[in-house]
Design a protein around this ligand. Structure first.
Ligand SMILES: O=C(O)CCC(=O)C(=O)O
Ligand SMILES: [Fe+2]
Length: 363
């Protein structure tokens, strides 16, 4: 009989370490056929009650990039994309130029990685956040109050790219190619976003917006108790821009107004979102918006491929802040500058959460 003592003797850290050392990830837990999730995955009541808040049936803006190089159509696309970045912080692009084959291959490659036999995967399980290749469950496992139901493969693409031979063979070519495709799309989008602020298209390229690139291949396996945990808890992304591709399994939600909006899987679509750093350097014009992933209740794993873009993280003392071109007596800076050192410290000191960088820098 449960006496209640278990609650008091429960050692969160010990349980986390046992799980981490088992190297099986949540994929392994899911495959073991468990019907109840370990206690350390159970989210606090405030997180759980918010999961029940209704999601509206609106959708994030959809932007067609087919005529992006036409003088006639470009201004309209600039307007659409900057409006989406100002009001939603999230949008989906189609006709972005990435071949359908490449979209399919990266999803298949990441799925294949996560679906290798547990022992094979376990040999590659390593928690080393700052460089090279990492495969682990919950990047912030030891920094968060409760764990979430996802595993990820993380590969640093720049400024110090992981050794190609360290990228798992099942998805090596796909990951390397994806970096190129994601960077191309991000460049196009950044040019449009720059124009949307009234700046030269090449402004963000000059700043080196893609000098730091982090690739992540997430897996959200079936969760037997999706009402007690999350796929990824609500957070904003820290960098400048994120490019995201998902398979056909639902789960991603974006905060809009008081509610959550489901980002429906759209074959051939790429999801783009504004990160905290871009909210700051655009002096609040573009919004970095909270998003989360629900724990997956479908038998098929949800796979997502994410690439984060940021200025060179090695420029530790370099200072970034609202672009002077955007400031005027009517529009003074609303954020102070930050250095990459500060950015890095903030990133690694806490669990992924909401707006911490933006809040911290607010004047
Ligand atoms: O898997 C997703 O759709 C979202 C992942 C995400 O938000 C992140 O990695 O920052
Ligand atoms: Fe995110």
């Amino acid at each position: 009989m449960a006496t209640g003592d278990e609650t008091f003797s429960y050692d969160h850290m010990k349980e986390l370490k046992e799980f981490d050392n088992s190297k099986i990830g949540v994929k392994g837990l899911s495959e073991s056929g468990i019907t109840t999730i370990p206690v350390f995955f159970i989210q606090p009541p405030e997180t759980l009650s918010d999961l029940k808040s209704s999601s509206t049936c609106t959708e994030i803006p959809l932007i067609d990039l087919s005529n992006v190089n036409s003088d006639l159509h470009r201004p309209k696309i600039v307007e659409q994309i900057s409006e989406a970045a100002r009001t939603w912080g999230f949008f989906q692009v189609i006709n972005h130029g990435v071949p359908v084959l490449a979209l399919d291959e990266i999803i298949v490659g990441i799925k294949a990685f996560h679906e290798q036999p547990t022992e094979v995967r376990g040999k590659q399980y390593v928690r080393e956040e700052g460089r090279g290749v990492m495969y682990a469950s919950n990047n912030d496992l030891y920094r968060s109050k409760a764990a979430s139901w996802y595993d990820s493969l993380q590969v640093w693409m720049a400024p110090e790219p992981a050794k190609v031979e360290d990228i798992p063979a099942v998805c090596r070519r796909e990951v390397v190619e994806w970096d190129m495709h994601a960077k191309k799309v991000a460049t196009t989008v950044m040019e449009l976003l720059s124009q949307g602020l009234g700046l030269e298209p090449g402004k963000f390229d000059e700043l080196g917006f893609s000098d730091t690139r982090l690739f992540m291949g997430h897996c959200y396996p079936y969760c037997p108790q999706p009402d007690l945990t999350v796929g990824i808890k609500s957070h904003t992304d820290y960098g400048l821009l994120t490019v995201l591709l998902q398979n056909q399994v639902h789960g991603l939600q974006v905060k809009h107004g008081d509610g959550w909006v489901n980002v429906k899987p759209l074959r051939e679509g790429l999801i783009i979102n504004i990160g905290d750093s871009l909210q700051i350097i655009s002096n609040g014009e573009y919004k970095s918006v909270e998003h989360r992933v629900l724990a997956n209740s479908s038998k098929e794993s949800r796979i997502s491929v994410v690439e984060f873009f940021q200025v060179d993280k090695r420029n530790e003392s370099c200072s970034y802040g609202p672009l002077p071109e955007l400031l005027s007596p009517e529009k003074p800076a609303i954020y102070r500058n930050f250095t990459m050192r500060e950015f890095q410290e903030n990133f690694y000191s806490k669990e992924i959460d909401s707006k911490s960088l933006v809040e911290k820098l607010k004047l």
